[in-house]
Design a protein around this ligand. Structure first.
Ligand code: APR
Ligand code: ZN
Length: 374
């Protein structure tokens, strides 16, 4: 029992941006009031982690990256009531405090206690629970997961079914709900509709699953990496486009294929060019464009202003519009009841000490999701 004591364990540290992660011995302080100490069992490697490590998304260094985690509660701080030691849990990059303006609103899910935009790298009390070689280490989005043990605010922890296989369900912490919810919950894709998805990584694959489950009749997948196409087709994509191999812009090609533009366009890359292309692929009168990818906060999106009046909708969505602590456990239950299938998205699993290999595979575009196992 580690309750009340600091734990020494292995964790990956990014000492600065664009530098290889180093696996170091770190000290993890016990949880304070309102915090949960988690023994990590698995973690996905998400596109947002890559933005962080590449330096395109601003965070503070040194930090322990990762946010798509599944684990078991090791101990709890004072006043924690929603989980107890031994519970299986997922980490929530967007928490649900149930008190802020966004949480109290019937639709809002971008909890004001989030630590993504902007990112302090610290717990809610403004301090860190990690030290390495005497140096304080920042948290990533308050849910660092590339570590054997982490401390996370209770509002960023969702208790899930005891039967959940932790080596897979970490994807239901972020990538799966982000994509699936964008299609079924935010866009509300309709039966017989046409869709285009830019980016066929972990998030884009979950969007495809959501479009398929909603009965879309045509699903166009766009990616510059053709290795993603076979998996995308297996999930329901009907047509694949590689923008680098087209003579015209991808939006022109989508327009020609559809005649009138798609009903629903999704961007799951995080670049302004693909956002513009998604917007311009939509039907001008009733098309809906959803921005799912996380862009660099310095970038600006510029659209032809006059064309907005024709009736299209541009919508942002984070974590599939789900109120996370309430809804994510239900998605795990849906998986256990075979209502959604995340297995095809888990294309690789590697032990945590092969993190570098996992990142290599990610960068080579060989994986949809590689899950790290602790
Ligand atoms: N056009 C089309 N596809 C692209 C382009 C481009 N210009 N650039 C990259 N891609 C593809 C990659 O080849 C990859 O298949 O986008 C995909 C991104 O997938 P992942 O790296 O697996 O990232 P993912 O976890 O799916 O996240 C995608 O959603 O939540 C956000 O921050 C996240 O911005 C990221 C996005
Ligand atoms: Zn809140």
């Amino acid at each position: 029992n580690t309750s009340g004591k600091a734990v020494t364990c292995w964790a990956a540290i990014a000492w600065k941006k664009i530098s290889p992660l180093s696996i170091e011995e770190v000290q993890v302080e016990p949880p304070k009031a309102g915090e949960v100490h988690i023994k990590m069992i698995s973690s996905g490697i998400c596109g947002s982690d890559d933005h962080v490590l590449k330096g395109t998304f601003p965070v503070k260094f040194p930090l322990i990256p990762g946010h798509e985690g599944a684990g078991i509660v090791e101990s709890i701080g004072d006043k924690v009531s929603s989980v107890k030691p031994g519970d299986k849990v997922l980490t929530l990059i967007i928490p649900q405090c149930r008190e802020c303006n966004s949480c109290l609103h019937c639709k809002g899910n971008f909890c004001e206690k989030q630590d993504v935009l902007p990112s302090s790298g610290l717990m809610l009390d403004g301090t860190s629970r990690f030290t390495c070689k005497g140096k304080s280490i920042y948290h990533s989005f308050r849910v660092s997961t590339f570590t054997e043990y982490s401390v996370v605010p209770e509002i960023a922890v969702a208790k899930i079914d005891d039967a959940a296989p932790l080596d897979k369900v970490c994807l239901i912490s972020c990538g799966v709900p982000t994509g699936y919810g964008a299609a079924v919950q935010s866009a509300k894709v309709t039966p017989g509709s046409t869709c285009v998805i830019f980016g066929l990584g972990g998030v884009g694959s979950a969007i495809v699953m959501g479009c398929k489950a909603s009965g879309a009749s045509r699903i166009i997948g766009v990616d510059i990496n053709e290795k993603k196409f076979s998996q995308a087709r297996a999930l329901g994509v009907t047509d694949c486009l590689n923008p680098r191999k087209l003579k015209k812009s991808v939006q022109e090609v989508v327009m020609e294929m559809m005649g009138v533009g798609v009903d629903f366009a999704f961007e799951a890359v995080g670049l302004v060019d693909t956002m513009t292309a998604a917007w311009e692929s939509c039907n001008k009168s009733y098309g809906v464009c959803l921005i799912v990818g996380l862009a660099s906060p310095e970038s600006q999106l510029s659209l032809e202003a006059a064309k907005i009046i024709t009736g299209k909708t541009l919508k942002g969505v984070c974590l599939g519009d789900y109120k996370t602590k309430d809804c994510i456990p239900q998605l795990v239950a849906d998986y256990l009841q075979n209502k959604i299938n995340i297995d095809p998205v888990v294309t690789h699993q590697l032990p945590f000490d092969q993190l570098h290999k996992a990142l290599e595979l990610y960068h080579a575009g060989e994986v949809i999701r590689c899950v790290l196992l602790f």
